[in-house]
Every structure is written in structure tokens, then in C-alpha cells.
Design a protein around this ligand. Structure first.
Ligand SMILES: [Fe+2]
Length: 263
């Protein structure tokens, strides 16, 4: 029996839509706009108010052949910031950093799939910054078969990385970023949680009314369910979730409407 059996799977990490009749026109519009893109498109900036360090800015760009959400996050006062999951087209991402006047200080990876790492080396050739990734993701990240890049015709591997552990705190852009280990979509998947700002970057673990598929190398449906229900659903309801694909959501909304809530 395949490990992926037991949970319905969705296409390449795209959401399994639970409420198609109500949600589909907008969601499908987003999905098709994302498919096949290599340049990226702006998906709207979001401003979160910080207490002491000024505003924290979050911008989302949909990039690459499967419409990956790439996020730029920076402090409006100090201009220090990070990029999360640079999917593809490093020049586009670096241009957006420049437009924002942002000083890029780190690359954060939620996991090692090809559609989240495609621009890592291009960015790093331009700017020497650390690349953070979950400690159990190193093997997949450095293997074009496991990270699926070979199957999509662009063998990618990232080897020089800083490994982060569950509950580790990274100090970036003047904020504390807590690493939360969430295996299931891949063994080394992590989420990044800004507790004070109530923001979670969930990668392909948790989506709007959906969750990441588990039938790729190192995927595990039991672990995915555990990560979502026993870890992420224990965060406060008001936490805003920025996923690796599709629209943002909140923990409270997912506790009500995510299919895993009733599994
Ligand atoms: Fe993925």
C-alpha cells in the first residue's frame, strides 16, 4: 500500500478545493494565471503593523510553472528583509527587492521542491546570503530526482545551506521567526511563525481549505495530518497563514473548513 493512500491528493501541491461552487471562479482564475509563468506577477502587498520596529511589509508574487507564492518580507524602517521560497527568475525577485528599497539578508525555504527553490542559486550569485531550510530536507534539496526538478526538465540542487531545527528562533528583519517542523508534504518541511505579528508561512503543508500532497519522495499522509491538526491548529485562530500556493487564510478558518479538520 502506498504511503499516500488515506488522504485525497491534489495536483502538485495545489489546493484540494472543498467548496468548489462558492470559491472556484476566483481560485481557478488565480491558478491559471499562475500556470506557465516565468516572470512572476504581483499579487498585492499586505501591511502588518509591528509594535516597536515599525511596519512589517509582506508582498506576494506568483512565480513559475505551478504558480508558487514567493514572499518578500521586510521592515519598513530598517529595510532589512528576507525572501521566502524564491521559485524561479532571480532577476525578477532581485528587482522587486530593489523597488522596495529592501536589503536582502536571508533566503528562507519551507521545503526543497523544485518550484520553491528555482532562483536560490541565481540570487546567491548576486548577493551572498544564508539559505535556511529544515534539517531533514538536506538530502531532498540536493537531489534533482527527489526535489522533482529533473522531471520538470531543469535539474536543480541546492547544497550550501544552513539547517534549522524545530522551535529554533531566527532573528531576521528585526523579528523573531520561529521554525516549526511540519513533516508530511516532505520529511523536512517547516513553517516559519512570527508569533508577535501572528503570521505563519506554511509552505505546502497548509493551504486555503486544503493541504499539501503526500505522494512525492519523503511524503507521509499520517505525518501531514499530525502536523496540521496537532501542531498548526494549536496556533491562535487569528494567525494569518501565507501558503506556498494560492490565497492566504487564517488558522481559525482552516479549523472550520479544512478537510483535515474532520479526518
Ligand atoms: Fe511542494
Amino acid at each position: 500500500m502506498s504511503e499516500s493512500q488515506g488522504l485525497p491528493q491534489c495536483f502538485l501541491g495545489q489546493p484540494f478545493l472543498r467548496h468548489k461552487p462558492e470559491r472556484s471562479p476566483w481560485l481557478y482564475c488565480q491558478l491559471f494565471m499562475g500556470m506557465g509563468e516565468t516572470e512572476g506577477r504581483e499579487a498585492g502587498g499586505i501591511v502588518q503593523k509591528g509594535e516597536e520596529m515599525g511596519k512589517l511589509m509582506v508582498s506576494r508574487f506568483v512565480i513559475g510553472m505551478v504558480g508558487t507564492n514567493c514572499y518578500l518580507v521586510w521592515d519598513e524602517e530598517t529595510k532589512e528583509g528576507v525572501v521566502i521560497d524564491p521559485a524561479e527568475n532571480g532577476q525578477f525577485i532581485l528587482g522587486k527587492c530593489q523597488e522596495a528599497g529592501m536589503t536582502l539578508t536571508a533566503i528562507l525555504l519551507t521545503h526543497g521542491h523544485f518550484d520553491h527553490i528555482g532562483a536560490v542559486e541565481e540570487i546567491r550569485r548576486a548577493i551572498q546570503v544564508p539559505v535556511y531550510v529544515g534539517t531533514n530536507e538536506k538530502k531532498l534539496l540536493g537531489d534533482p530526482e527527489m526535489n522533482l526538478s529533473r522531471a520538470f526538465g531543469n535539474s536543480a540542487e541546492v547544497t550550501q545551506v544552513s539547517l534549522v531545527k524545530d522551535q529554533q528562533i531566527l532573528r531576521l528583519a528585526g523579528r523573531n521567526w520561529k521554525v516549526i517542523s511540519t513533516p508530511g508534504h516532505t520529511k523536512g518541511s517547516v513553517c516559519y511563525y512570527l508569533e508577535e505579528e501572528k503570521i505563519l508561512f506554511s509552505g505546502d503543508t497548509l493551504f486555503f481549505e486544503s493541504y499539501g500532497r503526500t505522494d512525492f519522495p519523503t511524503g507521509n499522509p499520517k505525518e501531514l495530518r499530525k502536523s496540521v491538526v496537532e501542531i498548526l491548529f494549536h496556533l491562535p485562530d487569528e494567525v494569518t497563514v501565507y501558503p506556498g500556493h494560492e490565497a492566504q487564510t487564517t488558522i481559525g478558518h482552516e479549523k472550520k473548513y479544512n478537510p483535515l479538520a474532520s479526518y
